[in-house]
Design a protein around this ligand. Structure first.
Ligand SMILES: [Zn+2]
Length: 507
């Protein structure tokens, strides 16, 4: 266990992390080296060979880390914090039907429930070494300012670095799905329609108001805009999102081509490729995040590469929902920027980035017998750290143990299953230690996890409150109709079978 010595209760301006086995950036991967790391005012000021660091002065914090692996904080580039409270409720279903189940389970949470749900994610992420998250915040049917404030308050209180991208969408559910008359089996179309959405202008105005109030808070909370998906937004809303992103220099974070049904819907809506549709409207650029990108073709990949957009790969979620396998090796060969995300706790079912990195490292081996196509632990760790930071526009802020970057760092005990005997720290961290818990985590030099527990969250009380909310929802749900009673449930099952019976298409 790292021994922390400090002469005061307040955060020290200078912190010496002594003798840790550090994972330092090395070409396209990482190398392990014993180092002394000096943190000054939250930033990494020096990285020296162990024993050659600056001598501590009175008042400095000293962390004896000789028994620890020092790892850059992980970057989770896609999550949905309001779903943490309903983790474990979703059945094994394809995305389109799963969405109906989750929408029913989400209900209309209070601002307090949203806050508690976000903190549940903070606890899980911080304890497992994730220091930065992009939260694609999705509410039931409208953008609620109190709900967005609750999410931002949670990250501020937990001490985590977060980019918050409120979800916007303005097309009725049934109009976003490639349903045919034969899928509907006589169901009147009016039964499948949902309530009108909030007008596009008002949604973007609410995001703008949130960004105005929160962007830059404590140097850790940033705003972005998150159109749910091109098939769920009118072109008018997509263009407003693009203009907003451009005007404010903020990320535009959107799900895209997650399932084969979405590719089919793009063909019907846009007359061809959804990626081409976005490109022709000036919506592909370095600030664009294309979350999932499972059903992309070579032309799509060339466009993405040309415009410098980033893909967020969510391997666990894609497997859980049977969405397919994103062609990540082909993306990397083209130089496409790729980050990793956990996605919702309802389709993963965790917020653990090492686990996601392990899936990313191994999943693509199932698609190719050519091992040069495999991703492996070195690349997976890079995607989970500095490439994730780059995708979030934070490449000069976090993602590596490098002088000048923020001290977003995690210490993992070396005397732990999976790391003994130690041969290859990167391989063993990613492949052998995938459910590991960090002992100590800092964000911008502030200790947010100590002895494996969050320092800023009363974990036991928070868990008790979360369980009480869940128990209350379960008692209400007993009287609610079962999920298959939703009018679209059976049509979607038929649609899924019909679309997957079409001639083979990659992936
Ligand atoms: Zn998602």
């Amino acid at each position: 266990m790292p021994r922390v010595t400090t002469l005061s209760d307040t955060e020290s301006a200078r912190c010496h992390i002594e003798g840790a086995l550090c994972l330092l950036p090395d070409g396209s991967g990482h190398r392990a080296e014993r180092c002394d790391v000096l943190v000054v005012h939250g930033c990494i000021a020096e990285v020296n060979p162990a024993g050659h660091g600056a001598a501590p002065s009175p008042g400095d914090r000293v962390i004896d880390a000789t028994d620890c692996l020092l790892v850059p904080g992980f970057v989770n580039a896609h999550s949905h914090s309001p779903d943490n409270l309903i983790a474990g409720t979703a059945p094994a279903l394809p995305l389109e039907q799963w969405s109906l189940a989750c929408a029913a389970a989400r209900g209309a949470p209070s601002a307090r429930e949203i806050y508690v749900s976000a903190l549940l994610g903070c606890i899980e992420m911080l304890r497992s070494g994730t220091t930065t998250v992009l939260d694609h915040v999705r509410f039931a049917d409208h953008l609620d300012a109190d709900g967005l404030d609750a999410v931002a308050n949670a990250y501020r209180d937990a001490g985590m670095r977060a980019v918050i991208a409120p979800v916007v969408a303005d097309r009725p559910l049934a109009d976003t799905l490639p349903l045919d008359a034969e899928d509907m089996a006589g169901l009147p179309s009016c039964q499948a329609s949902s309530a009108p959405q909030m007008p596009a202008d008002e949604q973007v105005a609410r995001v703008a108001d949130f960004v105005r109030r929160w962007h830059g808070t404590e140097g850790r909370i940033l705003g972005a805009i998150g159109p749910s998906g091109p098939q769920r937004c009118t072109d008018a809303l997509l263009m407003r999102c693009g203009a907003f992103s451009q005007a404010h220099g903020l990320l535009l974070h959107t799900h895209v081509l997650e399932t084969r049904a979405q590719r089919e819907m793009g063909r019907r809506l846009h007359g061809g490729s959804t990626i081409r549709h976005l490109d022709e409207r000036g919506l592909l650029g370095r600030r664009t995040h294309l979350v999932h990108s499972v059903w992309v073709d070579d032309e799509d990949l060339d466009r993405i590469a040309r415009k410098g957009a980033a893909v967020v790969h969510n391997p666990v979620s894609n497997a859980r929902l049977g969405s397919g396998v994103a062609p990540v090796p082909a993306m990397l060969r083209r130089g496409i920027r790729v980050a990793l995300g956990t996605d919702s706790a309802c389709c993963n079912d965790s917020n653990h980035m090492l686990e996601t990195a392990k899936w990313a490292a191994l999943l693509h081996n199932t698609r190719s017998h050519d091992s040069s196509d495999w991703i492996g632990p070195q690349t997976a760790l890079r995607l989970a750290t500095r490439d994730g930071a780059d995708a979030l526009g934070l490449g000069t802020v976090t993602g590596a143990i490098s002088v000048g970057l923020a001290a977003d760092l995690s210490l993992f005990k070396l005397q732990a299953p999976g790391l003994v005997p130690l041969h290859d720290p990167v391989q063993q961290l990613v492949l052998s230690h995938a459910r590991a818990a960090a002992d100590l985590v800092m964000v911008a030099g502030c200790i947010v996890v100590r002895d494996g527990a969050c320092t800023r969250i009363r974990e036991a009380a928070l868990w008790a409150e979360a369980q009480a909310f869940a128990d209350q929802r379960r008692s209400v749900a007993r009287t609610a109709p079962a999920i298959p009673a939703h009018p679209l449930f059976a049509p979607l099952a038929h649609m899924h079978r019909r679309i997957h019976a079409l001639p083979s298409l990659t992936p």
